[in-house]
Design a binder for this molecule. Structure first.
Ligand SMILES: *Cc1c(COP(=O)(O)O)cnc(C)c1O
Length: 235
């Protein structure tokens, strides 16, 4: 099995190549190492190899790992579905939340952020494939949700996030990545500070190059970096 450092080098080179193909500056693309089910010792190895941002899906797991790895210079992004009653934990342990998908969650995150005396950078998650099994606001409801979240003093909207329908062929995700970029362009046209809206969190192990070609600024990569995950809920 290759080391995390080797995997990181290969992924970074592929991101840089994808940038070159479309004339983007590679420094615009940041890698989020997705650590669900990955033990703290491997995460530590990843950070020592140069991973600067970690992404967690499960809030309890995030809290445990942030405590175990509190000595590391790394930022933690929350990328999973968040229940409103867990918003407090997310505010306490995470630097950014990628998955604001409804007003009730935004209001609770805002309340907790104010109590903690911080402004939490967030992304709005869009259900680009209109899938019943996935979280995210519909593209139609996005402008309304964006207006609400933008008005909250405890939150700072930085962009959008999506998890397109899974297909083997990474090219099949391209229209969804493009849709997310166009939705962000649409929001920028009406935003008071369009420069603050710059993040597109999209692309995973099997399709990150396509995502980068379509404008991703945060790619969320798990298996290509840390190896195959053990099944979380063995049947
Ligand atoms: C698991 C996960 C990823 C990473 O998936 P890989 O295919 O392992 O790279 C990215 N984003 C989200 C939201 C995830 O849940």
């Amino acid at each position: 099995m290759s080391s995390i450092a080797e995997n990181l080098g290969i992924i970074r080179a592929r991101i840089d190549d994808a940038c070159r193909r479309v004339g983007r500056d590679p420094s615009e693309v940041r890698l989020v190492g997705v650590t669900k089910t990955v033990p703290a010792s491997r995460i530590r190895e990843g950070v020592q190899a140069g991973i600067a941002i970690l992404g967690e899906n499960y809030i309890q797991e995030a809290r445990t790992k942030v405590e175990a790895l509190g000595d590391l210079e790394v930022s933690w992004h929350f990328i999973g579905h968040l229940q409103s009653n867990k918003a407090k934990i997310a505010v306490e342990c995470c630097d950014m939340v990628h998955t604001v998908d409804r007003e009730s969650l935004a209001l609770e995150l805002d309340r907790q952020a104010k109590r903690a005396g911080r402004v939490v950078p967030v992304l709005i998650q869009v259900n680009v494939g209109d899938e019943a099994t996935k979280s995210g606001t519909s593209p139609e409801a996005l402008p309304g949700l964006f207006r609400v979240v933008s008005g909250l003093e405890g939150l700072a909207v930085r962009g959008l996030m999506a998890l397109p329908p899974y297909e083997e062929d990474p090219e099949s995700a391209r229209p969804y990545f493009r849709m997310l970029r166009e939705l962000l362009e649409g929001l920028k046209r009406d935003a008071p500070k369009p420069g603050d809206l710059r993040e597109l969190s999209m692309g995973m192990s099997h399709d990150f190059e396509v995502a980068v070609e379509e404008g991703a600024t945060l790619v969320r990569i798990g298996t290509a970096l840390f190896g195959e995950r053990a099944p979380r809920n063995p049947a």
